[in-house]
Design a protein around this ligand. Structure first.
Ligand SMILES: Cc1cc2nc3c(=O)[nH]c(=O)nc-3n(C[C@H](O)[C@H](O)[C@H](O)COP(=O)(O)OP(=O)(O)OC[C@H]3O[C@@H](n4cnc5c(N)ncnc54)[C@H](O)[C@@H]3O)c2cc1C
Length: 455
């Protein structure tokens, strides 16, 4: 079978790491297997919709394999509540299929423009992590194409080592071909949202802890530029699916989610657009508008507010940005978050996207990110030569607090710091080595962080 690559410029969503890559776009599993077996590049890597922020879906001198043409929905079992699809299926596609039929996915991240393969490989979490765990917890079965050409069926009880290394394994164990996922019946496409404003970090955290079990979904937006007594002020938002009986008259019980974004940002914005002054003004307005109250929201507005604008990452201009996401154990969260926010606020480096959320039990993925605690995620614009020293200082705070960083977001940390944060890294390396002894699957991030055993 003839295989041919195109040379394309690629980056992560933050657009800091940019690489010229050999990209394959197979249209069938056979063509994909041919690429894995015989592409001349030394290494290959699956790439979904490129929504990881850093270098997780980049592969330096190796090849990337785009999964966009491997995105068929294969089966819906309404009795057993499962959907089966190819791994290149986007959550946008899946939701536009499921929602009108009265179903939802048990876990969704903050954008629906990710693939099932990307969601599994990063073992993504949503606003309900404290209740429902990660995406990987709701997988009944996945099929994995390994570097030997074998297709492994992996479930929580069969080929468990491959299952646990692949969920959260960032594409390094092989190519996820398909997955059978559990789905959630929902009676309407609406979410009842409760908003509560908090005046500082202590109050934001206290409300998150007190109210997390009042709703299935909860998250707090915080003003990453507020300082002094207002540091960590924010708006807690919690929500639940609305049952039919509570739907106001005149609202349709069957929703539709568009598969595409609204209008896109057409060019790289000049730096003042998201400069400290405009962000501070935006944050002040957003905080003022976040009055306490209850409202009804469509799915998209609650789960995916940023999806309304296509290519919004261009608002940060040509230099790009990083998202710094750290998870801290609860007993260290107040002090750790305060110190992280102070560092970022001192550099005037925070942005409009700053989110705090509680997390629940750890999943089984060997490199999965969430475990019990609180996660703080902040967009940080590229502030040039000050960026890396800032990231080092933030990493030190996270390490000291016994916390960790998220591979799907990280662009800047180093191998030693990562290893100190992930006690199961050695187990992952051993499992990955058994599945892929010649290290055919590789990524720029795996090189930077020495995620694989030296071989
Ligand atoms: C606006 C925004 C909000 C977000 N919110 C959240 C959030 O709330 N929670 C959260 O957890 N994450 C969140 N993310 C991160 C995002 O969910 C993850 O980075 C996800 O992995 C992106 O999926 P993708 O299809 O774009 O994969 P890519 O970014 O293309 O790839 C990510 C990784 O998945 C691997 N991969 C992709 N497809 C396959 C496959 N078929 N087989 C094997 N490996 C594969 C790649 O090799 C790579 O390592 C957010 C990202 C954005 C941009």
């Amino acid at each position: 079978m003839e295989i041919r690559a195109a040379q394309v410029p690629l980056s992560g969503w933050g657009r800091i790491a940019q690489e010229q890559a050999a990209a394959y776009r197979p249209e069938s599993w056979n063509a994909l297997a041919a690429v894995v077996a015989s592409a001349p590049e030394k290494t290959v890597l699956a790439r979904g919709l490129g929504r990881s922020y850093g270098d997780s879906a980049l592969n330096g001198a190796g090849a990337v394999v785009l999964t966009e043409r491997l995105g068929r929905i294969l089966d819906l079992d309404e009795e057993r509540l499962t959907v089966t699809c190819e791994a290149g299926t986007s959550l946008a596609r899946l939701l536009s299929f499921l929602v009108p039929r009265g179903f939802f996915l048990p876990v969704v991240p903050g954008t629906r423009f990710v693939t099932v393969g990307g969601a599994l490989a990063a073992d993504v979490h949503g606003k309900n992590h404290h209740v429902d765990g990660t995406f990987g917890r709701h997988v009944e079965e996945l099929t994995l194409l390994t570097s030997s050409g074998e297709t492994l069926r992996c479930t929580p009880d069969e080929n468990t080592e491959a299952f646990d290394a692949t969920i959260g394994g960032m594409g390094l164990t092989g190519f996820i071909l398909s997955a059978r996922l559990r789905i959630l019946p929902v009676e309407t496409p609406f979410v009842r949202v409760v908003k509560r404003r908090s005046k500082d970090l202590d109050q934001t955290l206290a409300r998150l802890y007190e109210e997390e079990h009042l709703s299935r979904y909860s998250v707090a937006w915080i003003d990453g530029l507020a300082r002094g007594r207002s540091l960590g002020r924010g708006v807690l938002m919690r929500g639940d699916h609305v049952p039919l009986a509570q739907l106001p008259a005149g609202r349709s019980s069957r929703g539709h989610l568009p598969e595409a974004t609204g209008p896109s940002v057409p060019f790289d914005a000049p730096s003042f657009v998201l400069g400290p002054t405009s962000i501070a003004a935006f944050n002040a307005l957003y905080y003022a508008a976040g009055r306490d109250g209850t409202s009804l929201s469509g799915f998209a507005g609650f789960f995916f507010p940023l999806d309304a604008v296509g290519a919004w990452n261009r608002l940060y201009g040509r230099r790009g940005f990083v998202q710094y996401q750290a998870l801290l154990p609860r007993d260290a969260a107040a002090d750790g978050c305060r110190r992280l926010l102070e560092e970022i606020s001192r550099e005037r480096a925070a942005s409009f996207l700053a989110v705090l959320k509680t997390t629940g039990l750890e999943g089984r993925g060997l490199l999965s990110f969430p475990r019990p605690g609180v996660t703080l995620a902040l967009d940080v614009p590229n502030i040039g030569e000050r960026l890396r020293p800032l990231a080092r200082r933030l990493d030190e705070i996270v390490l000291k607090a016994g916390g960790r960083l998220y591979l799907a977001k990280d662009s800047l940390t180093d191998a030693a710091t990562f290893a100190a944060m992930y006690p199961r890294l050695a187990e992952f390396r051993a499992a990955q080595g058994r599945l892929d002894p010649k290290a055919r699957f590789f990524s720029s991030q795996a090189r930077r962080l020495a995620l694989l055993e030296a071989r």
